[in-house]
Design a protein around this ligand. Sequence first.
Ligand SMILES: [Zn+2]
Length: 277
Amino acid sequence: MTSPNQTQGTPRPCPLCGADNRARPPGPYSRPPWLVKTCPACAFTYLENPPAYAALEEDFAWEKTSAAEEARRRADRPLAKRLSHAFRRFRQKILKRDKLFSLLRRHIPPGRVLDIGCGGGGVLARLPAGYEPHGVEISRVLAAQADALVRPRGGHVVQASAVDGVAAFAPDSLDGALLSAFLEHEAQPTLLLRGLHRALRAGAPVIIKVPNFASLNRRVRGPNWCGFRFPDHVNYFTPQTLTRLAHDCGFRVAQCTLGDRWPFSDNLWMVLAKPVV
Ligand SMILES: [Zn+2]
């Protein structure tokens, strides 16, 4: 396995406002060699030196990093905490699934739906009848698995980075998109949302779920907050910074209720829409 030192990327400017913060010292949430910084110009918190895409395809592919991170956390945790954690995870999984599908039914009419970072196709396979499931996934193994699942329903999965994968769809060709637990992984979120804006038809919604950096849990647990994952989480959004990103990329916020940005939850939900002109 390649060591993180060999695959960490070149330092990037602030992905939200473009400020160059390389000369600033690493923030308190950094875990060497990974540098977490909060931009003084726009208050966005991000990993300054994310791994290159080539590394994500194989070395840091989700199915590997999530297993390694889980093992590290388990080793740090006594039994009682592990049991309560297991219960919480189970509860979160149920709620998460329900919420994604209820937002989908409410905002996205049947049609062509793109799941960005679709993994092995778990969500795409469960889309109700009437939806044509499409996906983008960088991991070769998972992309092939998802593609086999969606082909019988007229869909397909592009094996590429999110930015390149979205560019493969024709302008105004999609009826909706899902960015569930994905945008925190994307080193170029502005480029991705602009590309998605191009590929969506006017009025089409995007359902977003990211870890909420403004959550109380992050403030209380600090560096032990579950939203920190090194090196695969590269953006740490708050309702304010996610809204700014959406507006900068031409979207309007169609829904972000108090329940969607509840400070006691680790998650932040937001539904965007491409404005109808
Ligand atoms: Zn900034």
